[in-house]
Ligand binder design. Structure first.
Ligand SMILES: C[S@@+](CC[C@H](N)C(=O)[O-])C[C@H]1O[C@@H](n2cnc3c(N)ncnc32)[C@H](O)[C@@H]1O
Length: 237
């Protein structure tokens, strides 16, 4: 398989394997990757590694996935004071990139307290003080979480899709939460390795329309070719 340009920290392929991507025609196999316990244990470990060695841990879909999103924001002249929410921020490295680029109203949420602790430690080490962090379950967001111009998802909808306990309902709830927290005409940027472009269009058909598809690395294998990662920008209607 040729993954092309996605690079760094395990890259697209590493992320794809870890998120159980490349599912067959039978749909998703429920997995621990869809549970809070799994992610909390992952980030507890990563927090310890960060404290001991200063290693920030895995960047899902590689460095290029962050550059791709920031490039899009730059191309569309998204104002630097636009409010940006990173849904399921993990180690918060994307928040750091946004703040370093100049975005001044950046919020990261995650349902794993260890992820938020790790993000906080990384942000503090970077000397950045104006990033907001909250432990929040996006499937049951607090009323304070609202009015965002931009929402970002890198691997979180994928993880939720693997939840062993009624993932279909959880996906619907995700779309409802997104509708609630994003402003009308606001943008939703999703990067996924579990869903194709067509499937994502279907999942987000109510209340959102496709604004742009972002180029991602191509693979070719056994005479077939395609994209291993989908990156789409939706706009709330
Ligand atoms: C594949 S990781 C991606 C992390 C990060 N977005 C990145 O690109 O490195 C999925 C993240 O989603 C978080 N997550 C999963 N379900 C969530 C939910 N219902 N609410 C908030 N965060 C959630 C997990 O804790 C984990 O940090």
């Amino acid at each position: 398989m040729n993954e092309g340009a996605d690079d760094g920290g395990g890259g697209a392929e590493g992320a794809a394997r870890s998120l159980g991507c490349g599912r067959g025609g039978d749909g998703f196999v429920p997995s621990a990757l869809g549970t809070r316990e799994h992610w909390d244990a992952v980030y507890k470990r990563e927090l310890q590694t960060f404290q001991e060695y200063g290693d920030t841990g895995e960047i899902w879909f590689g460095e290029e996935s962050m550059t791709r999103l920031i490039r899009w924001m730059q191309k569309h002249k998204i104002p630097l004071d636009a409010s940006v929410l990173d849904i399921g921020t993990g180690n918060g490295v994307f928040l750091v990139e946004l703040a370093k680029f100049g975005f001044s109203d950046v919020t990261g949420i995650d349902y794993s307290p260890s992820a938020i602790q790790l993000s906080g430690s990384i942000i503090e080490k970077e000397g950045l003080s104006n990033i907001k962090l909250k432990v929040e379950d996006f499937l049951n967001p607090s009323t304070k979480l609202s009015g965002f111009h931009i929402c970002i998802d890198k691997g979180t909808f994928d993880a939720i899709s693997l939840n062993p306990d009624n993932a279909v309902e959880k996906r619907k709830q995700y779309v409802k939460s997104l509708s609630r927290v994003l402003k009308v005409k606001g943008f939703f940027l999703i990067t996924s390795c579990n869903w194709t472009k067509e499937e994502l269009l279907d999942e987000f058909s109510e209340g959102f329309e496709l604004f742009e598809e972002l180029p991602t690395p191509k693979f070719s294998f056994g005479g077939r070719s395609g994209n291993s990662v989908a990156a789409l920008v939706f706009q709330k209607t």
